[in-house]
Design a protein around this ligand. Structure first.
Ligand code: NPG
Length: 370
């Protein structure tokens, strides 16, 4: 496709409730949208990097700068193809969230031009996808039970609790006791433990968890493999897996038996599809992670999660779990599921009124041949 301009729109969107993890608290999403435009059409993507580099080394202002200074100049504006973008941008090391946002916008534009949904392009059909919900660390067990109870009543198909050392066995036991064994329950540690904490992690074996996500530091595949021998709860990796190669490596080492894939973390939805294909071929359970996306990022994640290898509900929740108002028409729960948009591309666009209210600055960058 031919593109002449790229727009970057920074936004600030308050969260309905603070989201506390082992690495910090968030009260609002501060991200930016990428819009590619040209004579052949336009498309939207969302950059999910966080304000501070606490979940991963990337952060919002850095991703913005990288797109402007290093990624856009590498595109040939007369001939941009989503399938070739990753290779084109490969000389720039890392910065996968920045690359993923740009690829997402181009992919959306291509699908819109072809009049097909992103789900169709990825090889599946728009359908209902089971919705899961991630629950931040709460100030007390009573508040945790209230929050989880609200989500269970809404029909979420599984619940993920954020945990940290000292804030694990007690809340998990309380949730299990209140909501029973039928609730699909998993925990996410965001790298907060070490092998020295094996006793606490072993204690979680009593609660029939679907899995524990990323207990140890991201670069410790051997540690995860060792831990897998010491505890019964299956291990899922998130931060450790940034490419299909790393996914294959983690599986080969026995570092995990479940995979979380986030397009942003692995450099784009097309690499995420390669991880899907690997997990499907190996019979490994897979689910789609979330990074508090607005409707723009969520729509793309939903299209991905409609692929057959996504065997577990993802961190894909309705808009009202995150925001009072989304940037797009809201995603709503339908019998514990979210509907993959069937319109062309990601099937949604930002609402002008939401952009007017939540965009804090916009910039238009001409694309010039280099
Ligand atoms: O539903 O989008 C969601 C949130 C799911 O817990 C969630 N995301 O560590 O996986 C995570 C966490 C996260 C949020 C990571 C924001 C990075 C940014």
């Amino acid at each position: 496709m031919r593109f002449t301009h790229v727009e970057l729109h920074r936004f600030a969107l308050p969260l309905v409730r603070p989201f506390r993890t082992s690495y910090g608290v968030e009260t609002a999403r501060h991200g930016f949208l990428v819009r590619v435009l040209g004579p052949d059409g336009e498309g939207w993507g969302e950059c999910v990097a966080e304000v501070e580099p606490l979940y991963s080394p990337e952060y919002t202002a850095g991703a913005y700068e990288v797109i402007k200074r290093f990624l856009l100049p590498r595109l040939d504006p007369a001939d941009v193809h989503a399938a070739g973008i990753a290779e084109r941008l490969a000389p720039v090391r890392g910065h996968r969230m920045a690359k993923a946002a740009l690829e997402a916008a181009v992919l959306d534009a291509e699908c819109r031009m072809d009049g097909i949904s992103l789900a169709t392009r990825l090889g599946t059909i728009p359908r209902l996808v089971p919705a899961g919900v991630a629950v931040g660390i709460q100030p007390s067990v009573a508040e945790l039970l209230d929050v989880v109870g609200g989500y269970v009543a809404q029909g979420y198909r599984r619940v993920k609790l954020k945990i940290e050392p000292g804030n694990d066995v007690v809340p998990v036991r309380a949730v299990r006791e209140r909501f029973g064994d039928a609730l699909m329950l998993q925990v996410d540690a965001n790298q907060a433990y070490s092998l020295a904490d094996v006793a606490a992690l072993e204690a979680l074996d009593a609660f029939g968890l679907q899995h524990i996500e990323q207990p140890l530091p991201e670069d410790d595949l051997f540690g995860h493999a060792r831990l897998a021998e010491l505890i019964a709860t299956p291990i899922c990796l998130d931060e450790s897996i940034c490419s299909v190669r790393q996914a294959a490596e983690a599986l080969a080492l026995g570092a995990c038996s479940v995979v979380n894939v986030k397009p942003a973390r692995v450099g784009g939805v097309l690499e995420a599809v390669r991880i899907h294909d690997l997990c499907l071929a190996r019979g490994v359970d897979l689910w789609c992670g979330g990074m508090l996306e607005t409707g723009i990022g969520r729509a793309a994640n939903l299209a991905l999660a409609a692929l057959p290898g996504f065997t577990l509900p993802g961190d894909l929740s309705a808009s009202d779990r995150y925001f009072h108002r989304d940037l797009t028409e809201p995603f709503v729960l339908e019998d514990g599921c979210l509907r993959v948009p069937s319109g062309a591309g990601i099937g949604v666009t930002p609402l002008a009124s939401a952009l007017a209210d939540f965009v804090t600055s916009s910039e238009t960058l001409p694309l010039t041949a280099f």
